[in-house]
Design a protein around this ligand. Structure first.
Ligand SMILES: *Cc1c(COP(=O)(O)O)cnc(C)c1O
Length: 455
């Protein structure tokens, strides 16, 4: 028997082969050299399985390079959202505006006035940032920003109703995805949940008869991801106000998504803005920063000075405090809302939701034409998209999609493994790329990824 180890090529020889030289044109040299070493090492350990031809050797090296780069890739990766769901919680909800990103860069790269008062040269408060803008944009007396809306709700209830009852309609026991239920989060605040009414109908008298000496607050939770229809009845905040006044109880309104301006001009109607919720008489309104507001993850608390200063001095506020990057992004996002038309254009979530049928169609035809030219038999079809993240749950937004030919599972798994990954949707056995959440400036990249997934 001959010593088959002799048959193994040297590392230098492999680096000179055409296949590996081609790899070196796009990949860092140290990465390729170490892949060549690994492949030769493995062949030495298992000579029977060693590649037989030069081509097979360079294929093995290429596979090794791919595996190593996948391991080295960061875990939080960029995704092109072709699902048609604009505020997709699993894909990070709202994309940030240019203004917000610039602010993050400016503030994150150095030191800031996070807790420093430049006028006095003394310690300042992190809570002053965003507060005046929020007051201006919503008419609230006072405002506080925490980590997210769930934290805002816990902080509000822990401050206002610790050890006492928070009265909530059975029609508002909302589960918000990831199997978290708003009322279960609330109970951890130390407030006792007092459910009233029936699933479909709750009356003012139900709230009234639940109130006693142990009541701390009345609670309204926005039905953010479902709708009740048929024989239904509930009580508006406006109608709860006289009852709350009589018993000197605060009304806490969890708006969830939280609009700052009306979106009726882009066809989204029927949810209250933060200003409207406050005007209706809520003592405290809580909402998310990264849903329809279109900013970073944050919980925004609006309401009367006496309630909010009590929340600020609650030790829990410390554990829910936000980072400077969040404050920078939120402040810049809020500033855009001073001009509502600019917000509709420049806040990405709003711009995507407001895209016209012809814009969506032109994104789709551009994509299809490029794919057709690359030999992929894609077609343009009508589709429906949605807002997502618990806002306008019943609204279906007409959209346009590109349907890819052939095996849907193969497409979706290949598109997911690219960089950036593309996450689409499957309908009737076809892989679809919905154009609603793909901005114009991402179309070329989308086309490139689809062609790469096809090869
Ligand atoms: C989304 C939502 C929440 C949770 O908001 P986060 O910012 O994700 O913590 C709470 N309440 C309602 C009604 C919601 O829709």
């Amino acid at each position: 028997m001959t010593d088959s180890r002799r048959a193994l090529p040297s590392i230098g020889l492999l680096l000179e082969s055409a296949g590996v030289r081609a790899l070196l044109e796009t990949m860092p040299r140290d990465l390729v050299v170490s892949a060549v070493r690994d492949v030769v090492e493995r062949a030495r350990d298992n000579v029977a399985a060693a590649p037989m031809t030069t081509g097979a050797w360079s294929d093995a090296v290429a596979t090794q390079v791919t595996q190593v780069t996948q391991v080295r890739r960061s875990s939080l990766r960029r995704v092109i959202n072709a699902t048609g769901i604009v505020l997709h919680t699993n894909l990070g909800r709202a994309p940030l505006s240019r203004a917000a990103l610039d602010a993050v860069l400016r503030v994150g790269a150095g030191y800031t006035t996070l807790e420093y008062d430049l006028a006095r040269g003394t310690r300042g408060s992190r809570y002053t940032h965003c507060a005046s803008l929020l007051r201006e944009l919503t008419g609230a007396e006072d405002a506080l920003v925490v980590n997210n809306c769930a934290a805002a709700l816990v902080l509000a209830l822990n401050t206002l109703a610790l050890g006492r009852d928070a009265v909530l309609s059975r029609g508002e026991l909302v589960e918000i995805g990831g199997s978290f239920r708003v009322h279960e989060i609330m109970e951890r605040s130390g407030a006792r949940l007092r459910e009233v009414g029936a699933t479909n109908r709750t009356h003012l008298a139900d709230y009234a008869s639940a109130i006693d000496n142990g009541t701390g607050a009345l609670l309204k939770v926005h039905r953010s991801n479902f709708a009740l229809e048929g024989f239904v009845c509930d009580v508006d905040v406006r109608d709860l106000v006289p009852l709350a006044r009589r018993h000197d109880l605060p009304i806490v309104h969890d708006l969830g998504s939280g609009l700052l301006i009306s979106l009726a001009s882009i066809g989204l109607d029927g949810e209250p803005t933060a200003r409207e919720a406050l005007n209706a008489g809520a003592s405290v309104v809580v909402m998310s920063g990264d849903k329809l507001l279109g900013g970073p993850q944050a919980g925004i608390i609006l309401g009367g000075i006496e309630y909010l200063s009590a929340m600020r001095s609650n030790p829990l506020a410390r554990s829910y405090r936000v980072d400077k990057l969040t404050l920078a992004a939120l402040e810049a996002t809020l500033a855009v809302y001073r001009e509502p038309d600019r917000a509709l254009r420049e806040i990405p979530a709003l711009a995507l939701l407001g895209a016209s049928a012809s814009e969506l169609h032109s994104r789709a035809t551009r994509t299809r034409n490029a794919l057709n030219a690359a030999g992929i038999d894609a077609t343009v079809i009508a589709s429906t998209s949605s807002v997502g993240a618990g806002a306008f749950p019943q609204t279906e937004l007409p959209s346009t999609a590109v349907a890819l030919p052939g095996n849907a599972d193969q497409w979706t798994s290949k598109l997911r493994s690219g960089d950036p990954a593309v996450v689409g949707r499957v309908r009737d056995g076809h892989a679809l790329l919905d154009m609603r959440a793909v901005p114009d400036d991402e179309i070329d990249l989308l086309i490139e990824r689809v062609i790469a997934a096809h090869d």
